[in-house]
Design a protein around this ligand. Structure first.
Ligand code: G6P
Length: 615
């Protein structure tokens, strides 16, 4: 979490820092701050958003040619101005630091530095980095060396950018365990947490690797790697051309990114499935050159993920077992990494992550390797992410940048990818005939259109949203592969409308949650026309008989009728195996419209952030 950006240029860099920060705000929005070198270090900080920082900067007429900036998701120390980055160290000559990540041994370093007379003015772990660099600067007299030396003492994850009052002609940047990239522009050089922040000035990007420390000057740069050597070895890194477009990262005609991203789903899924949409059969090579060998040795699946990505994994379990005949377990990454897990030979470990930077997911995949799992596959939306780099096999969801904190198009593209993977494994395990495979491909080909149809329920969902907006609690019910979809629907609602929502497998209702049901408790049910519909209808009767208000999303042909206190919205069609993907759409729309009714901050819900790069 937290977004950082730095710039050194021939022109005033303040507008670049502010525009970059606004692109990075999805990473955290508890406070914002920047510092520029201009006759000393000029710092502006606020507990407001980037828009507020822009106002302050305009009033104070802050400008300069070198600067660094930050948007914060608070970990150590509450959101306040004195905890906002950049952090300073030094009296006569100052250095300034911005940081994304967590320094795990910050207390020990803080104690040591206090003994050396350093005074701390915040509760953050970041201020420790600033003072440590200042401490080492006294010995090395060179900022680059002082940063390298300091990094050897830091445990945890960091992406940092540092500037110095004495020599404002350079920025030092370093990464370990948190994303950071350099931008090479005509007018200057830049550093940022992601490429969208730099699109305004350049498309030429260098992705820093673990342990890289870079020095940026206006017209030159150097990178060394300090992972194994204190002062590092010079390294060459490839310059990539970013293909991000302004359209992909802008709002366009939409009011919110979440709204835009919900409506982008037909296109996002079509892009993700592009390589099979015109094919007659599916090749395992779409998952990587070693896929055929690894899939042939696979007899078990372990999926690891967090949040919405975890829900995608839960749906995939039903598919893996039913279509591919593969045992499949799904684990929350933050739990798995601390369990005494047992490695089952022949397991393919699948990490699912939109960002590819979620600290728990990355650590859990490493742990899976440590306990003896041999093969891993990443399903991810960010090509240069740590997850993609660390897995043996990879599949990119091509959803485009997802900026709204509540995940939508990343989820449906993950589901489409997981279905593709299931079909591939099923085919290799001879669980599908050529004809079955053709039918599956035809179903996938139809998916973008089916999603388009599903979006048409919006006006009816809007009506329901008005009633939900007054509630404080809601229950979500589903069965089979639609149970995780109910979980995702509940998560969406609580994330952005702050209504307490819980999901239950409908058969579990009578084992406790039924006690909560009264005429003030909306119960949302997902009712696809599958073999469990009869069972689900009995569960709904249990709610109805106790005065509960039922809101049912049913398939077009589901034999279920509306009655008093039982309201139904029907999807346009019934799509069999694809049904969980389609039933996601009305639930996303419901959360979105309830949030609008309640006037919450849809794209930046309180206390949350999109990329959770801390444990
Ligand atoms: C955060 C986001 C969620 C996301 C989860 C996992 O909590 O707000 O939307 O599902 O992280 O993120 P990942 O990038 O690993 O999918």
């Amino acid at each position: 979490m937290c977004g950082i950006i730095g710039a050194i240029s021939n022109a005033n860099i303040v507008p670049i820092l502010l525009e970059g920060l606004s692109r990075l705000e999805y990473r955290g929005y508890d406070s914002a701050g920047l510092v520029v070198a201009n006759h000393g270090l000029q710092r502006v900080r606020t507990t407001g958003r980037v828009a507020e920082l822009s106002n302050l900067v305009a009033t104070q007429k802050t400008q300069g040619f070198t600067g660094i900036a930050h948007t914060r998701w608070a970990t150590h120390g509450k959101p306040s101005e004195h905890n906002a980055h950049p952090h300073f160290s030094g009296k006569e000559t100052k250095i300034a630091v911005v940081h994304n990540g967590i320094i795990e041994n910050h207390e020990a370093i803080r104690t040591k530095l206090q003994q050396h007379g350093f005074h701390f003015s915040s509760e953050t772990d970041t201020e420790v980095i600033a003072h440590l660099i200042a401490f080492n600067l006294k010995q090395t007299t060179d900022l680059f060396k002082a940063v390298c030396l300091s990094l050897t003492e830091l445990q945890g994850a960091y992406a940092i950018a540092v500037i110095e009052e004495e020599n404002p002609e350079r920025i030092i940047a370093a990464r370990k365990g948190a994303p950071l990239l350099l931008g090479l522009g005509k007018e200057g050089h830049y550093v940022a947490s992601d490429a969208s922040a730099l699109l305004q000035v350049t498309r030429d990007i260098i992705y820093l690797e673990e342990g890289d420390v870079a020095e940026l000057n206006r017209h030159s740069y150097k990178i060394v790697n300090c992972l194994h050597h204190q002062f590092g070895e010079p390294v060459q890194r490839i310059v990539h051309e970013s293909h991000l477009t302004n359209e992909a990262i802008g709002l366009g005609t939409y009011t919110h990114y979440m709204q835009k991203e919900i409506f982008e789903q037909p296109g996002a899924v079509a892009n993700t499935l592009e390589m099979v949409l015109n094919a007659e059969s599916i090749s395992p090579n779409i998952f990587g050159s070693k896929a055929e060998k690894i899939f042939s040795a696979t007899n078990n699946i372990l999926i690891i993920a967090c949040g919405t990505s975890y829900h995608a994994g839960l749906v995939a379990r039903y598919w893996m077992e039913t279509i591919a005949g593969l045992p499949c377990s799904v684990e929350i990454a933050s739990e798995y990494r601390y369990r005494d897990a047992i490695a089952v030979p022949g397991t393919l470990v699948i990490g699912i992550s939109q960002s590819g930077e979620t600290a728990d997911t990355l650590a859990a995949l490493n742990y899976a390797k440590e306990v003896g799992h041999q093969y891993s596959l990443a399903i991810c939306n960010v090509p240069e992410s740590a997850l993609i780099r660390q897995a043996d096999l990879r599949f990119l969801t091509r959803a485009g940048p997802e900026i709204g904190v509540a995940s939508t198009k990343a989820f449906t593209t993950q589901l489409a990818s997981l279905l593709l993977l299931t079909v591939t494994l099923a085919k290799m395990r001879k669980k599908l005939t050529i004809n079955d495979e053709k039918q599956m491909i035809a179903a996938l080909r139809h998916l973008p259109i089916a999603l388009q149809h599903a979006l048409q329920v919006e006006p009816q969902v809007k009506d329901w949203a008005k009633r939900f907006a007054e509630k404080n609690h809601a229950l979500f019910l589903g069965r089979g592969a639609h149970y995780p979809i109910a979980m995702e629907g509940a998560l969406k609602l609580k994330e952005i409308s702050y209504i307490h929502a819980e999901a239950y497998a409908a058969g579990e209702l009578k084992h406790g949650p039924l006690a909560l049901v009264d005429n003030d408790m909306p119960v949302v049910a997902i009712a696809p026309n599958d073999q469990l519909l009869g069972k689900l209808k009995s569960n709904l009767q249990e709610v109805h008989a106790r005065g509960g208000r039922l809101y049912v999303f049913a398939d077009a042909d589901a034999n279920i009728e509306s009655s008093e206190h039982l309201y139904i919205i029907r999807l346009a069609e019934h799509t069999g195996i694809l049904s969980p993907i389609l039933h996601t759409i009305p639930l996303q729309l419901l959360a979105y419209h309830v949030a609008l009714e309640r006037g919450t901050d849809v794209d930046k819900p309180r206390n949350l952030a999109k990329a959770v790069t801390v444990e």
